[in-house]
Design a protein around this ligand. Structure first.
Ligand code: FE2
Length: 353
Protein backbone atom coordinates (compact mmCIF):
# COMPACT_ATOMS: atom_id res chain seq x y z
CA UNK A 1 0.00 0.00 0.00
CA UNK A 2 1.19 3.49 -0.85
CA UNK A 3 0.27 6.67 0.97
CA UNK A 4 -0.03 10.01 -0.84
CA UNK A 5 -0.44 13.34 0.90
CA UNK A 6 -2.60 16.20 -0.30
CA UNK A 7 -1.84 19.80 -1.10
CA UNK A 8 -4.40 21.83 0.76
CA UNK A 9 -5.85 25.16 -0.30
CA UNK A 10 -8.21 27.24 1.77
CA UNK A 11 -11.43 28.49 0.18
CA UNK A 12 -13.15 31.26 2.10
CA UNK A 13 -16.82 31.52 1.18
CA UNK A 14 -17.28 34.91 -0.52
CA UNK A 15 -20.75 35.33 1.00
CA UNK A 16 -19.64 34.58 4.57
CA UNK A 17 -16.01 34.65 5.67
CA UNK A 18 -16.76 32.33 8.60
CA UNK A 19 -17.50 29.51 6.12
CA UNK A 20 -14.19 27.93 5.22
CA UNK A 21 -13.54 24.92 3.04
CA UNK A 22 -10.27 23.08 2.58
CA UNK A 23 -9.70 21.71 -0.90
CA UNK A 24 -7.35 18.72 -0.97
CA UNK A 25 -5.49 17.83 -4.15
CA UNK A 26 -3.52 14.61 -4.33
CA UNK A 27 -1.13 13.83 -7.17
CA UNK A 28 -0.43 10.16 -7.78
CA UNK A 29 2.73 9.59 -9.77
CA UNK A 30 4.59 6.60 -11.19
CA UNK A 31 1.40 4.62 -11.73
CA UNK A 32 1.27 1.42 -13.74
CA UNK A 33 -1.72 0.39 -15.81
CA UNK A 34 -4.30 -1.56 -13.84
CA UNK A 35 -6.94 -1.30 -11.16
CA UNK A 36 -6.36 0.91 -8.14
CA UNK A 37 -8.28 0.96 -4.89
CA UNK A 38 -7.91 4.05 -2.75
CA UNK A 39 -9.37 5.47 0.40
CA UNK A 40 -9.47 8.83 2.06
CA UNK A 41 -9.42 9.45 5.78
CA UNK A 42 -13.13 8.63 5.90
CA UNK A 43 -12.21 4.98 5.27
CA UNK A 44 -14.54 4.51 2.31
CA UNK A 45 -12.94 2.52 -0.55
CA UNK A 46 -13.00 3.97 -4.06
CA UNK A 47 -11.45 2.57 -7.20
CA UNK A 48 -10.36 3.54 -10.68
CA UNK A 49 -8.73 1.72 -13.54
CA UNK A 50 -5.82 3.15 -15.47
CA UNK A 51 -5.95 1.71 -18.97
CA UNK A 52 -3.37 1.84 -21.71
CA UNK A 53 -5.55 3.22 -24.51
CA UNK A 54 -3.72 3.72 -27.79
CA UNK A 55 -4.51 4.26 -31.48
CA UNK A 56 -5.55 0.63 -31.96
CA UNK A 57 -8.15 0.94 -29.21
CA UNK A 58 -11.43 2.82 -28.98
CA UNK A 59 -12.01 5.49 -26.37
CA UNK A 60 -15.43 6.61 -25.14
CA UNK A 61 -16.23 10.00 -23.67
CA UNK A 62 -19.49 10.76 -21.86
CA UNK A 63 -20.57 14.36 -22.48
CA UNK A 64 -23.12 16.86 -21.15
CA UNK A 65 -23.53 20.38 -19.82
CA UNK A 66 -26.15 21.92 -17.55
CA UNK A 67 -26.51 19.30 -14.81
CA UNK A 68 -28.17 20.29 -11.54
CA UNK A 69 -28.80 18.87 -8.06
CA UNK A 70 -32.54 19.26 -8.45
CA UNK A 71 -34.15 17.37 -11.35
CA UNK A 72 -30.96 15.46 -12.20
CA UNK A 73 -32.98 13.20 -14.50
CA UNK A 74 -30.12 11.35 -16.20
CA UNK A 75 -28.03 10.61 -13.09
CA UNK A 76 -28.99 6.91 -12.93
CA UNK A 77 -28.49 6.45 -16.68
CA UNK A 78 -25.06 8.13 -16.57
CA UNK A 79 -24.04 5.95 -13.60
CA UNK A 80 -25.12 2.82 -15.39
CA UNK A 81 -22.97 3.63 -18.45
CA UNK A 82 -19.97 4.42 -16.25
CA UNK A 83 -20.53 1.25 -14.17
CA UNK A 84 -20.72 -0.89 -17.28
CA UNK A 85 -17.32 0.56 -18.19
CA UNK A 86 -18.68 2.08 -21.36
CA UNK A 87 -17.14 5.46 -20.56
CA UNK A 88 -13.47 6.34 -20.08
CA UNK A 89 -14.12 9.86 -18.85
CA UNK A 90 -16.75 12.56 -18.41
CA UNK A 91 -16.76 16.02 -19.97
CA UNK A 92 -19.08 18.38 -18.09
CA UNK A 93 -19.43 21.45 -20.32
CA UNK A 94 -20.40 24.14 -17.82
CA UNK A 95 -23.38 24.95 -15.56
CA UNK A 96 -23.17 22.90 -12.38
CA UNK A 97 -25.54 22.29 -9.47
CA UNK A 98 -27.91 25.23 -10.23
CA UNK A 99 -26.11 26.97 -8.64
CA UNK A 100 -22.84 26.23 -6.92
CA UNK A 101 -22.96 29.40 -4.79
CA UNK A 102 -26.49 28.72 -3.49
CA UNK A 103 -26.88 28.12 0.22
CA UNK A 104 -23.38 29.59 0.76
CA UNK A 105 -21.87 26.93 -1.48
CA UNK A 106 -23.58 23.98 0.17
CA UNK A 107 -25.38 23.36 -3.09
CA UNK A 108 -22.01 22.77 -4.75
CA UNK A 109 -21.16 20.31 -1.94
CA UNK A 110 -24.44 18.50 -2.68
CA UNK A 111 -23.63 18.39 -6.37
CA UNK A 112 -20.16 16.99 -5.79
CA UNK A 113 -21.56 14.34 -3.45
CA UNK A 114 -24.19 13.52 -6.07
CA UNK A 115 -21.59 12.87 -8.81
CA UNK A 116 -19.07 11.24 -6.45
CA UNK A 117 -19.91 7.67 -7.56
CA UNK A 118 -18.86 8.58 -11.11
CA UNK A 119 -16.27 11.28 -10.46
CA UNK A 120 -14.36 9.00 -8.07
CA UNK A 121 -13.85 6.32 -10.71
CA UNK A 122 -13.40 8.13 -14.05
CA UNK A 123 -11.86 11.55 -14.77
CA UNK A 124 -14.50 14.30 -14.44
CA UNK A 125 -13.25 17.05 -16.74
CA UNK A 126 -14.88 20.48 -16.54
CA UNK A 127 -15.12 24.02 -17.80
CA UNK A 128 -17.40 26.72 -16.39
CA UNK A 129 -20.68 28.11 -17.76
CA UNK A 130 -22.70 31.22 -17.01
CA UNK A 131 -24.17 29.67 -13.85
CA UNK A 132 -20.69 29.75 -12.30
CA UNK A 133 -20.21 33.50 -12.87
CA UNK A 134 -21.33 34.73 -9.44
CA UNK A 135 -18.49 35.82 -7.12
CA UNK A 136 -16.09 35.86 -10.02
CA UNK A 137 -16.30 32.11 -10.76
CA UNK A 138 -14.64 31.32 -7.39
CA UNK A 139 -16.94 28.42 -6.53
CA UNK A 140 -15.95 26.77 -9.80
CA UNK A 141 -12.29 27.73 -9.73
CA UNK A 142 -11.64 26.66 -6.15
CA UNK A 143 -13.22 23.22 -6.55
CA UNK A 144 -12.07 22.26 -10.03
CA UNK A 145 -8.55 23.72 -10.19
CA UNK A 146 -7.08 20.21 -10.36
CA UNK A 147 -8.55 19.44 -13.81
CA UNK A 148 -5.58 21.24 -15.35
CA UNK A 149 -1.94 21.83 -14.50
CA UNK A 150 -2.31 25.43 -15.71
CA UNK A 151 -5.84 26.69 -15.08
CA UNK A 152 -9.36 25.22 -15.09
CA UNK A 153 -10.64 27.71 -17.72
CA UNK A 154 -8.74 26.47 -20.78
CA UNK A 155 -6.57 23.40 -21.20
CA UNK A 156 -6.13 20.43 -23.50
CA UNK A 157 -4.76 16.91 -23.65
CA UNK A 158 -4.53 13.84 -25.85
CA UNK A 159 -6.33 10.65 -24.91
CA UNK A 160 -6.02 7.77 -27.36
CA UNK A 161 -7.29 8.96 -30.74
CA UNK A 162 -8.59 12.28 -29.46
CA UNK A 163 -7.10 15.69 -28.82
CA UNK A 164 -9.59 17.64 -26.73
CA UNK A 165 -9.49 21.34 -26.01
CA UNK A 166 -11.71 22.61 -23.18
CA UNK A 167 -12.23 26.39 -23.18
CA UNK A 168 -14.39 29.06 -21.53
CA UNK A 169 -16.95 30.90 -23.61
CA UNK A 170 -17.88 33.05 -20.61
CA UNK A 171 -14.79 35.22 -21.07
CA UNK A 172 -16.68 36.89 -23.94
CA UNK A 173 -19.80 37.71 -21.94
CA UNK A 174 -18.74 39.21 -18.58
CA UNK A 175 -16.81 42.41 -19.33
CA UNK A 176 -16.97 43.31 -15.63
CA UNK A 177 -15.02 40.15 -14.78
CA UNK A 178 -12.83 39.51 -17.84
CA UNK A 179 -10.76 42.01 -19.82
CA UNK A 180 -10.10 42.02 -23.55
CA UNK A 181 -6.61 40.79 -22.65
CA UNK A 182 -8.14 37.71 -20.97
CA UNK A 183 -10.08 36.95 -24.17
CA UNK A 184 -6.96 37.50 -26.27
CA UNK A 185 -4.84 35.25 -24.04
CA UNK A 186 -7.32 32.39 -24.43
CA UNK A 187 -7.68 33.07 -28.18
CA UNK A 188 -3.89 32.97 -28.68
CA UNK A 189 -3.62 29.81 -26.61
CA UNK A 190 -6.38 28.10 -28.62
CA UNK A 191 -4.62 29.07 -31.84
CA UNK A 192 -1.26 27.60 -30.83
CA UNK A 193 -2.90 24.50 -29.34
CA UNK A 194 -4.96 23.78 -32.47
CA UNK A 195 -1.94 24.40 -34.71
CA UNK A 196 0.07 21.82 -32.77
CA UNK A 197 -2.86 19.38 -32.76
CA UNK A 198 -3.34 19.77 -36.54
CA UNK A 199 0.35 18.99 -37.07
CA UNK A 200 0.01 15.87 -34.92
CA UNK A 201 -3.05 14.44 -36.71
CA UNK A 202 -1.15 11.43 -37.95
CA UNK A 203 -0.80 10.23 -34.36
CA UNK A 204 -3.98 11.70 -32.89
CA UNK A 205 -6.54 11.92 -35.70
CA UNK A 206 -9.49 13.73 -34.05
CA UNK A 207 -9.63 17.29 -32.74
CA UNK A 208 -12.56 18.03 -30.44
CA UNK A 209 -13.53 21.19 -28.54
CA UNK A 210 -15.87 21.78 -25.63
CA UNK A 211 -17.27 25.20 -24.64
CA UNK A 212 -20.44 26.15 -22.79
CA UNK A 213 -22.34 28.62 -25.03
CA UNK A 214 -22.90 27.40 -28.56
CA UNK A 215 -22.02 29.26 -31.76
CA UNK A 216 -25.38 28.24 -33.27
CA UNK A 217 -28.71 27.88 -31.48
CA UNK A 218 -32.44 28.44 -31.80
CA UNK A 219 -33.58 29.13 -28.24
CA UNK A 220 -35.97 32.10 -28.14
CA UNK A 221 -35.69 33.03 -24.49
CA UNK A 222 -32.04 32.37 -23.90
CA UNK A 223 -29.98 35.51 -23.78
CA UNK A 224 -27.66 33.72 -26.17
CA UNK A 225 -25.86 35.65 -28.85
CA UNK A 226 -25.74 32.48 -30.90
CA UNK A 227 -28.76 33.50 -32.97
CA UNK A 228 -27.09 36.75 -33.99
CA UNK A 229 -24.78 37.48 -36.90
CA UNK A 230 -22.46 39.38 -34.58
CA UNK A 231 -21.86 36.71 -31.93
CA UNK A 232 -18.34 37.64 -30.66
CA UNK A 233 -17.59 34.00 -29.93
CA UNK A 234 -18.11 33.09 -33.57
CA UNK A 235 -17.04 36.17 -35.59
CA UNK A 236 -15.11 39.41 -35.04
CA UNK A 237 -11.58 39.93 -33.70
CA UNK A 238 -11.65 36.95 -31.33
CA UNK A 239 -14.26 34.90 -33.17
CA UNK A 240 -13.37 31.22 -33.24
CA UNK A 241 -15.37 29.70 -36.08
CA UNK A 242 -12.91 30.42 -38.87
CA UNK A 243 -9.99 29.23 -36.75
CA UNK A 244 -11.80 26.01 -35.88
CA UNK A 245 -12.42 25.36 -39.58
CA UNK A 246 -8.89 26.39 -40.63
CA UNK A 247 -7.35 23.86 -38.25
CA UNK A 248 -9.95 21.18 -38.99
CA UNK A 249 -11.72 20.83 -35.64
CA UNK A 250 -13.93 17.77 -36.10
CA UNK A 251 -16.62 18.25 -33.48
CA UNK A 252 -17.47 21.20 -31.22
CA UNK A 253 -19.58 20.17 -28.21
CA UNK A 254 -21.63 22.80 -26.40
CA UNK A 255 -24.19 23.08 -23.60
CA UNK A 256 -26.29 26.06 -22.42
CA UNK A 257 -29.47 25.26 -24.36
CA UNK A 258 -31.26 22.44 -22.52
CA UNK A 259 -31.81 20.19 -25.49
CA UNK A 260 -29.84 17.86 -27.78
CA UNK A 261 -29.12 19.15 -31.25
CA UNK A 262 -26.57 18.19 -33.88
CA UNK A 263 -25.88 20.17 -36.98
CA UNK A 264 -24.57 19.31 -40.41
CA UNK A 265 -20.96 20.48 -40.89
CA UNK A 266 -21.04 24.29 -40.79
CA UNK A 267 -19.04 27.30 -41.87
CA UNK A 268 -20.41 30.81 -41.45
CA UNK A 269 -24.03 29.65 -41.72
CA UNK A 270 -23.34 27.59 -44.82
CA UNK A 271 -23.73 23.88 -44.34
CA UNK A 272 -22.64 20.72 -46.05
CA UNK A 273 -25.51 18.31 -46.66
CA UNK A 274 -24.54 14.80 -45.58
CA UNK A 275 -26.53 11.58 -45.03
CA UNK A 276 -28.18 11.74 -41.59
CA UNK A 277 -26.39 8.71 -40.18
CA UNK A 278 -22.91 9.20 -41.61
CA UNK A 279 -20.86 12.32 -42.30
CA UNK A 280 -18.11 11.23 -44.69
CA UNK A 281 -14.98 13.37 -44.77
CA UNK A 282 -16.86 16.48 -43.66
CA UNK A 283 -15.36 19.79 -44.78
CA UNK A 284 -16.28 21.74 -41.68
CA UNK A 285 -16.94 21.48 -37.94
CA UNK A 286 -19.89 19.41 -36.72
CA UNK A 287 -21.59 21.27 -33.84
CA UNK A 288 -23.40 19.29 -31.12
CA UNK A 289 -25.41 20.86 -28.28
CA UNK A 290 -25.89 18.53 -25.30
CA UNK A 291 -27.44 20.41 -22.39
CA UNK A 292 -30.25 18.09 -21.32
CA UNK A 293 -29.17 15.73 -18.48
CA UNK A 294 -31.58 17.62 -16.19
CA UNK A 295 -31.66 20.66 -13.93
CA UNK A 296 -34.29 22.78 -12.23
CA UNK A 297 -34.70 25.02 -15.29
CA UNK A 298 -35.91 21.96 -17.19
CA UNK A 299 -35.78 21.28 -20.95
CA UNK A 300 -35.77 24.33 -23.24
CA UNK A 301 -38.98 24.21 -25.24
CA UNK A 302 -39.26 27.80 -26.43
CA UNK A 303 -37.45 27.31 -29.71
CA UNK A 304 -37.62 28.89 -33.15
CA UNK A 305 -38.07 26.67 -36.22
CA UNK A 306 -35.14 24.46 -37.09
CA UNK A 307 -32.84 25.91 -39.73
CA UNK A 308 -31.70 23.75 -42.64
CA UNK A 309 -28.33 23.13 -41.02
CA UNK A 310 -29.91 21.44 -38.00
CA UNK A 311 -29.80 17.67 -38.63
CA UNK A 312 -31.52 16.40 -35.47
CA UNK A 313 -33.04 18.25 -32.51
CA UNK A 314 -34.52 16.42 -29.51
CA UNK A 315 -36.19 18.31 -26.68
CA UNK A 316 -35.89 15.55 -24.07
CA UNK A 317 -33.67 14.54 -21.14
CA UNK A 318 -30.58 12.90 -22.54
CA UNK A 319 -26.77 12.92 -22.70
CA UNK A 320 -24.07 12.05 -25.21
CA UNK A 321 -21.26 9.58 -25.75
CA UNK A 322 -18.56 9.80 -28.39
CA UNK A 323 -16.47 6.75 -29.23
CA UNK A 324 -13.26 7.31 -31.18
CA UNK A 325 -11.33 4.83 -33.26
CA UNK A 326 -8.55 5.88 -35.60
CA UNK A 327 -10.93 6.17 -38.59
CA UNK A 328 -14.37 6.75 -37.09
CA UNK A 329 -16.18 8.83 -34.50
CA UNK A 330 -19.48 7.39 -33.31
CA UNK A 331 -21.73 9.85 -31.49
CA UNK A 332 -24.77 8.57 -29.61
CA UNK A 333 -27.47 10.32 -27.68
CA UNK A 334 -28.88 8.34 -24.73
CA UNK A 335 -32.22 8.47 -22.93
CA UNK A 336 -32.63 8.97 -19.18
CA UNK A 337 -33.76 5.35 -18.58
CA UNK A 338 -31.94 3.31 -15.94
CA UNK A 339 -30.86 1.12 -18.84
CA UNK A 340 -30.40 3.97 -21.30
CA UNK A 341 -31.60 3.66 -24.88
CA UNK A 342 -30.00 5.23 -27.94
CA UNK A 343 -32.24 8.03 -29.25
CA UNK A 344 -29.89 9.33 -31.94
CA UNK A 345 -26.70 8.01 -33.49
CA UNK A 346 -24.37 9.03 -36.30
CA UNK A 347 -20.82 8.50 -37.45
CA UNK A 348 -18.11 10.76 -38.76
CA UNK A 349 -15.49 9.08 -40.89
CA UNK A 350 -12.43 10.34 -42.62
CA UNK A 351 -9.50 8.98 -44.49
CA UNK A 352 -6.44 9.30 -42.29
CA UNK A 353 -3.53 11.27 -43.59
FE1 FE2 B 1 -25.72 28.10 -19.49
Amino acid sequence: MKVAFSNVTKFVEPQDSSEIRYIHTVTLSDLNFGLYNYKLDDGKIYSFELTDSGPEDEQTFLIYGDFGVENSQCLGAIKSLVDSEDADMIWHIGDFAYDMFDDKGKNADRFMNMVEPIASSVPYMTIPGNHESKYNFTHYESRYSSVSKTNPFYYSYDYGNVHVLHFTTELYFYPDQFSEQNIKDQFDWIQQDLKAAAENRKNVPWIITTGHRPMYCEAKSNSAKCKEDTDPLRVGPYGLEKMFNDFGVDVAFWGHVHIYERMFPLNNKQFEKQPLDKYDNPKWVTHVITGAPGNKEDITTDMTDRPDWSAVRLEEYSFTTMTASHETLTIKQWSKDETPKIIDQFQITKISE
